[in-house]
Structure formats: structure tokens, C-alpha cells
Design a protein around this ligand. Structure first.
Ligand code: NAD
Ligand code: UDP
Length: 312
């Protein structure tokens, strides 16, 4: 779709900044709203001189009045270190922030896409995870502010849809990586790459047998835009890459690709760390023609190149 007025909340963050870039390339007007908690102005630096791009410092837990056609609600810290550092704020961002964005969508009749997460499946008993799976989430643990926050955000979307006919789209994002992740963000791909490049120990939590499915950010952005512009389908839909790797395999791959002499050390597994995770992408393929294209090896190479140029 060409020439929409688009709001991206969390647009100065990792995924949000790639999304803003792509939306500008496609001819849209983009308003990026961010409180710079985990996002950086630098991530959207190249867009600042574009007259179709606007950056607003704003916290979505407060209401905002704008006139837009589409809203991508991505504001929310995504790494466990950051979302746990102020857990109550994480809940407010998901509950009050999402309510504000749905209220805005209702007022201006905009379509709204909510960035949900594979964390709604918790430590999954069903494998791989289909959208019909209701999940296995601890309501009172250290990950709950994020997991339950995102679950309520999904509920809010569907209630605004049922009660106020708001045109919603819900995506469940699985572990995504690539350039512009924060080096100290604590997520596994950035941690391992930064550790390997610095010659520091690679910190595997637990025995490294837990699995994740890693999606390169460009593939994810492709799926996000497909979902926003699809008709008659609200989701939820899984987006990610369905290759499944153990954390130990990831550590070994990063060591090989960086040629680093770092050694792997083992640390305590954090509480409620899911044992395995892999998206069932059948629905995304059927409804959106979505297909992740970047294999882990290639994506890790691009990420290593980025961090080589962006670490002091
Ligand atoms: P990120 O931390 O890089 O980006 C989040 C952005 O939101 C940051 O720019 C931050 O400053 C901003 N933000 C946070 N709270 C805000 C608030 N109250 N008001 C305004 N801005 C606020 O994380 P990311 O990896 O880019 O994730 C983006 C979205 O995708 C998040 O909603 C996250 O939950 C979701 N997601 C990401 C992944 C992943 O693997 N990266 C997986 C599942 C879901
Ligand atoms: N992990 C690890 N070492 C690190 C960071 C993370 O072994 O330095 C593990 C973590 O315990 C989890 C997996 O890697 O099993 C993915 O962690 P991440 O925080 O990236 O994402 P999430 O747990 O939210 O999927």
C-alpha cells in the first residue's frame, strides 16, 4: 500500500527502526513515537532529514492525539534485562499504552497492528507452537510482567475489535535478531556476538540444551507489513523462522563465524526460561504468503559485521 500516514510506536527501537525505514522506502509518511527507554535516536538518524519522517519523544502510557491511517504498536522493552528492570512500567506500557493506542485507532478509524510475542505461550507444552495453543505461563514469576502484559494487550485488541469494531491485526513474534540490537541488551544473539568479538567468555545459561528459533529482522519486517495490509484476517499469527537450534549450537556457530578464541562457560539458567520454542508457521504461509528467507548462518554473518563496525 502506498502513501499512508503511519504511526510506529517504539520506532526508535531495534525492530521499530527497521520497520520505519521500510515504510519510508515504500512511500508512506511515518510518525515515530518513542520514549527512548531502550531505543536510540541514532537508530533512525538516516530518516531524520526525510520530510516524510517525524520523530516524537512521547511515552505511550500517556494519551496522544494524532491523525493516522495505520498504527504499528511496538513500544515495549523486549529483552528480559530491560523489561524486568522496571517490571511495573512494562505492565503499564502493555496495558495503558495499548489501551491508548486502541483508543486512538478507534477515534481516527485507523487499522492497528499489535506486536505480541511467542512469550504468550510461556514454557510451552505443545511443540511447535500453533496459534491455537493457549500457553503455559507463570502469572507471578519474573517474566510475567512481559508475558502477561502482552497477553492482556492481545485481549484488549480483541475486545476493542468486538465492542468497537476496531480493525486489529495481532502478530506473535518469535526471537528476532540483527543489526541495531543493543550490545548490552542481554539477548542471546547480541550477547554471544559481542562476547566473541571482545574475546570474552561466551555465557551459556543452563546446559545450553534449550532451543530457540531465530529470525533475521528483514524477514520479520516483511511478515509484519504483509499482515498489516492483508484483508479480513485479524490473527493472531506467528511470525519468525522455524529453524530450531539449541543455545549451545548458537554459541558454537558464533564462535566459528567470528574466529574467536573465547571459551564457552555455563551459568545458572534464569527462572521460567522456556525449554524449547519453535513457531508453527502454517497460518502465516497460508494467509500471508510469508516465508523467512535468511538462514541463521547468513543472518549471523550480517549481525557480526554490524557489531564489528559499531563496538568501540
Ligand atoms: P526494543 O527494546 O529495541 O524496542 C522497543 C522500543 O519501544 C524502544 O525504542 C523503547 O524505547 C520503546 N518504548 C518502550 N516503552 C515505551 C513507552 N512506554 N512509550 C514509548 N516508547 C516505549 O525491542 P524490539 O526487539 O525492537 O521489540 C519491539 C517490539 O516487538 C516489542 O513490543 C517487543 O515486545 C516485540 N517483540 C520482539 C521480539 C524480538 O525478538 N526482538 C520478540 C517478540 C516480540
Ligand atoms: N541465553 C544464554 N546466554 C546469554 C543470554 C541468553 O544462554 O548470554 C539463553 C537464555 O537463557 C534463553 C535463550 O538464550 O534460553 C534466549 O534468551 P533471550 O533472552 O535472547 O530470549 P528469550 O529467553 O526471551 O527467548
Amino acid at each position: 500500500m502506498m502513501g499512508n500516514r503511519v504511526l510506529v510506536t517504539g520506532g526508535a527501537g531495534f525492530i521499530g527502526s527497521h520497520l520505519c525505514e521500510r515504510l519510508i522506502q515504500e512511500g508512506n509518511e511515518v510518525i515515530c513515537v518513542d520514549n527512548f527507554h531502550t531505543g536510540r535516536k541514532k537508530n533512525v538518524e538516516k530518516l531524520l532529514s526525510n520530510p516524510r519522517f517525524e520523530l516524537i519523544r512521547h511515552d505511550i502510557t500517556e494519551p496522544i492525539r494524532l491523525e493516522v491511517d495505520q498504527i504499528y504498536n511496538f513500544a515495549c522493552p523486549a529483552s528480559p534485562i530491560h523489561y524486568q528492570s522496571n517490571a511495573i512500567k512494562t505492565i503499564k506500557t502493555n496495558v495503558l499504552g495499548t489501551t491508548n493506542m486502541l483508543g486512538l485507532a478507534k477515534r481516527v478509524k485507523a487499522r492497528i497492528l499489535q506486536a505480541s510475542t511467542s512469550e504468550v505461550y510461556g514454557n510451552p507444552i505443545e511443540h511447535p507452537q500453533k496459534e491455537t495453543y493457549w500457553g503455559n505461563v507463570n502469572p507471578i514469576g519474573i517474566r510475567s510482567c512481559y508475558d502477561e502484559g502482552k497477553r492482556v494487550a492481545e485481549t484488549l485488541c480483541f475486545d476493542y475489535h468486538r465492542n468497537h469494531k476496531v480493525d486489529i491485526r495481532v502478530i506473535r513474534i518469535f526471537n528476532t535478531y540483527g543489526p541495531r540490537m543493543l550490545p548490552d541488551d542481554g539477548r542471546v544473539v547480541s550477547n554471544f556476538v559481542v562476547q566473541a568479538l571482545a574475546g570474552k567468555d561466551i555465557t551459556v545459561y543452563g546446559d545450553g540444551s534449550q532451543t530457540r528459533s531465530f529470525c533475521y529482522v528483514d524477514d520479520l519486517v516483511d511478515g509484519i507489513i504483509r499482515m498489516m495490509n492483508t484483508q479480513d484476517f485479524n490473527g493472531p499469527v506467528n511470525l519468525g523462522n522455524d529453524g530450531e537450534f539449541t543455545v549451545k549450537e548458537l554459541a558454537e556457530l558464533v564462535l566459528k563465524e567470528t574466529g574467536s578464541s573465547s571459551k564457552i562457560i555455563y551459568k545458572t539458567l534464569p527462572q521460567d526460561d522456556p525449554a524449547r520454542r519453535k513457531p508453527d508457521l502454517t497460518l502465516a504461509r497460508q494467509k500471508l504468503g510469508y516465508e523467512p528467507k535468511v538462514p541463521l548462518l547468513e543472518g549471523i554473518r550480517k549481525t557480526v559485521d554490524y557489531f564489528k563496525n559499531h563496538l568501540d
